[in-house]
Design a protein. Structure first.
Length: 297
């Protein structure tokens, strides 16, 4: 039997990643704020903790896949948090998409208590999370990465060592910027073509088969065409990441007009009630706002 691994955060991504670890044979103890989301993992064979602080007492390696800086702060430093109990010698693998400064601050708190920390946000969405095909972007020491590697290998297709703590989080913001701007540009292109009489599906398939395609697009075409309610990466998460990207740009004095316009659009979609929709709803939203006749079908 493998030594026990802790896993906190069973949202859209974490539930698949934790299930993948259980199925790979790991002995996993899970925690989620909303307890009901632990049930499917329990059925697969995971143990369930009632509060985060139970986990360090039982495991040496603790993975978290939470939402944002605030949720990570709660789970690490809250009254029942991971760092409210002795954690010497533990390795924390923090996989949420955070501000690099937050990753560094949590790493410092861990270090003060004799624990190790790496930030490991991921590229890839719900499907790759479930099938172990994510790309891990690691910030931290070589020795901590080597300690984490056997577990990361069960969740990923590729592991990239970006640099010291915080670098994984910065690399994640770097790769999210072109993606965030891409969906905005796609929405504009589809609205223009449709206004001139082109079919949405034809345009998407042609873009996908051209230099304007993107691996992320191929998985989203049917969602856009069918106006599907499936959600992999939601609008509010796109807004969170876009805000963090713009804050980094401001810190480094880098103008980011494209990112700024894209964030305005995501905010408008959110205000229209699409916060929980997949971020590609930006395409339909622009079509609707310019009064597409096809959408009335
Ligand atoms: P999600 O479905 O919204 O899940 C968020 C998780 O964080 C849930 O387990 C939620 O618990 C927990 N959480 C939120 N606020 C909390 C708080 N204050 N205290 C404790 N727990 C809290 O998000 P997701 O799509 O899985 O994304 C997770 C992370 O991965 C995010 O940082 C996101 O940016 C990143 N990411 C997402 C994707 C994607 O395609 N979805 C891809 C790459 C990276 P509850 O269940 O109780 O709400």
């Amino acid at each position: 039997m493998f030594p026990q691994i802790g896993f906190l955060g069973l949202g859209k991504m974490g539930s698949g990643m934790a299930a993948r670890l259980v199925e790979a044979g790991h002995n996993v103890i899970v925690w989620n704020r909303t307890r009901a989301k632990c049930d499917p993992l329990h059925e697969l064979g995971a143990t369930v903790a009632t509060v985060p602080r139970e986990i360090p007492a039982r495991t040496e390696i603790i993975i978290s896949m939470l939402y944002d800086d605030y949720s990570v702060e709660e789970v690490f430093n809250g009254p029942d948090g991971l760092l409210s109990v002795p954690v010497e010698g533990r390795l924390f693998i923090e996989m949420s998409t955070l501000r690099p400064e937050k990753a560094k601050a949590i790493a410092r708190s861990c270090g003060e208590q004799g624990a190790e920390f790496i930030d490991v946000p991921v590229s890839g969405t719900v499907g790759p999370a479930r099938s172990g095909k994510l790309m891990a972007l690691v910030g931290g020491s070589e020795s901590n990465l080597e300690r984490a590697r056997p577990i990361l290998e069960d969740m990923t297709r590729r592991i990239v060592h970006a640099g010291p703590v915080g670098s994984g989080s910065l690399l994640k913001l770097v790769l999210n910027l072109p993606l965030a701007v891409y969906w905005q540009s796609l929405a504009e292109a589809i609205a223009m073509g449709h206004a001139g009489g082109l079919e949405i599906e034809t345009m998407l398939n042609v873009i996908n088969d051209s230099g304007g395609g993107l691996s992320a697009l191929s998985h989203k075409i049917s969602m856009i065409v069918e106006n599907s309610e499936n959600v992999a990466f939601d609008m509010k998460t796109m807004i969170k990441d876009s805000q963090n990207i713009l804050a980094k740009g401001a810190e480094y004095d880098i103008p980011m007009p494209a990112m700024s316009v894209a964030l305005d659009s995501y905010n408008a979609d959110h205000s229209a009630g699409l916060g929980d929709a997949d971020a590609v709803a930006i395409v339909r939203f622009l079509l609707e706002s310019v009064g597409s006749s096809l959408l009335e079908d």
